[in-house]
Design a protein around this ligand. Structure first.
Ligand code: ZN
Ligand code: ZN
Length: 195
């Protein structure tokens, strides 16, 4: 099979993806470290996608999965498709089981917060509050059975604009040939490099 499709270039220069409930619906949130980068991707690319044309695909391979998203664009010269190989997470599983056929697409800015600047009730990535962590220079979590060694919390700041995605599929790797966007992604970013 040839990679002869006119699909747009693949873009993976983002940090990851958050899955959260906001506005009563699951939100799929590609994450950036800078608001500027996120705004640029939205303005140059995603803004030109029609909601109904957006395709969101997931391909699981063991503990990892491929996040794949693309669309036809009203401004094809600026179009890009997004992909990222990510580790399965609780949030991902919750999305998979609960998205209910559609989701909002938004972009987010990922902000890391260390002990300094956090409040007693700020929740660490381990799931426990700051005041459940050691004081002083050490800041390991004190909750039994938690192996967190360092308090670190993150916040996702969402950009306001959103699109609604209704074309969402979870695929096995054997099925990707039947799905042009997914096939193109794995061909360009996996199979081609192996051959
Ligand atoms: Zn912790
Ligand atoms: Zn903990």
């Amino acid at each position: 099979m040839q990679n002869k499709s006119s699909l747009s270039p693949w873009f993976d220069d983002f940090l990851g993806v958050a899955y959260r409930y906001y506005d009563l619906r699951m939100n799929v949130v590609p994450l950036f470290s800078e608001r500027k980068q996120a705004a640029a991707l939205w303005n140059e690319t995603i803004h030109w996608w029609s909601d109904y044309a957006i395709k969101l695909r997931f391909v699981e391979t063991g503990e990892k999965y491929w996040f794949i998203m693309g669309s036809d664009s009203k401004k094809p010269e600026n179009n890009k498709s997004l992909f990222k190989i990510l580790s399965k997470s609780e949030h991902y599983e919750r999305f998979k089981n609960g998205y209910g056929g559609e989701a909002y697409l938004r972009l987010g800015v990922y902000v890391i917060m260390h002990k300094k600047g956090a409040k007693d009730d700020t929740v660490c990535n381990c799931g426990h509050r700051l005041d459940d962590h050691e004081e002083g220079n050490l800041d390991a979590c004190l909750i039994e059975e938690c192996n967190c060694r360092k308090f670190e919390s993150f916040q996702v700041n969402l950009l306001k604009r959103k699109k609604t995605i209704t074309d969402i599929k979870f695929l096995q790797e054997e099925q990707v040939k039947e799905d042009p966007l997914t096939w193109n992604c794995l061909y360009a970013n996996k199979y081609k490099e192996i051959n």
